[in-house]
Design a protein around this ligand. Structure first.
Ligand SMILES: [Zn+2]
Length: 220
């Protein structure tokens, strides 16, 4: 996400004079409300409206999107306005997280990547690299569908995932004897490949992000 908390809508292709880009520019100039069918997967869209295009970033071939009427107000210098602007960014982030979750759940067919548990109410859309990190974008390639226990274990660096998609459990836990959750849920996943991955290759975890997270797991 851009630091201003606003979404970007990509041009059609790279030609500024493509009819679709010209139509979008005209809508921006007239400040017409638009509906954005935000793609969360092949053939799956979430309608978001009204949105307005508020600026164009020609170098990056994209428009800047405002999510509602309020957002189009220019940002002034008073403290109150800064607070309001902050709240708008927060709201956009919540929407990003909703989209992130539905994208990840769809890509992983609502199953935990580590244990294949298939109950949505027990699953999270986990970030491989945390949200606050500069690379921690809310993209499906930085996502994993994980059940609550595997998500917590991943965040706590008890469970690591190598870039070849094999699960590792921290060595001190491997030596521990405990109940079935430790035995089956964690220890027996050690050395096993992820059980569920997105069917679409370009939605699978990004190798660079996995390596970054794995390094932290190793240093824990
Ligand atoms: Zn699991």
């Amino acid at each position: 996400m851009a630091p201003d908390g606003r979404l970007r809508y990509k041009w059609r292709g790279e030609d500024p004079h493509h009819p679709e880009n010209r139509a979008l520019r005209a809508a921006m100039e007239d400040q017409l409300p638009l509906i954005w069918f935000f793609g969360v997967g092949p053939g799956e869209y979430k309608p978001i409206f009204p949105i307005y295009l508020v600026a164009e970033e020609q170098d990056s071939h994209q428009f800047v999107v405002a999510m509602d009427e309020e957002q189009r107000e220019s940002v002034g210098g008073t403290a109150e306005e800064h607070v309001r602007n902050y709240l708008r960014v927060e709201r956009n982030q919540r929407m990003h997280q909703r989209i992130f979750r539905s994208t990840v759940m769809r890509a992983y067919t609502t199953r935990c990547a580590v244990c294949a548990l298939r109950h949505g109410e027990l699953l999270d859309a986990a970030h491989i690299v945390e949200d606050g990190h500069e690379l921690g974008v809310a993209s499906v390639r930085n996502g994993l569908a994980l059940c609550k226990i595997h998500h917590a274990a991943f965040d706590a660096r008890i469970l690591g995932i190598r870039s070849d998609l094999v699960v590792e459990i921290r060595s001190d836990l491997l030596a521990e004897i405990d109940g079935p959750m430790l035995q089956h849920g964690l220890k027996e996943r050690h050395g096993e490949r992820l059980m569920v991955l997105p069917a679409v290759k370009k939605e699978r975890p990004d190798v660079g992000l996995l390596e970054l997270a794995y390094e932290k797991f190793r240093s824990a």
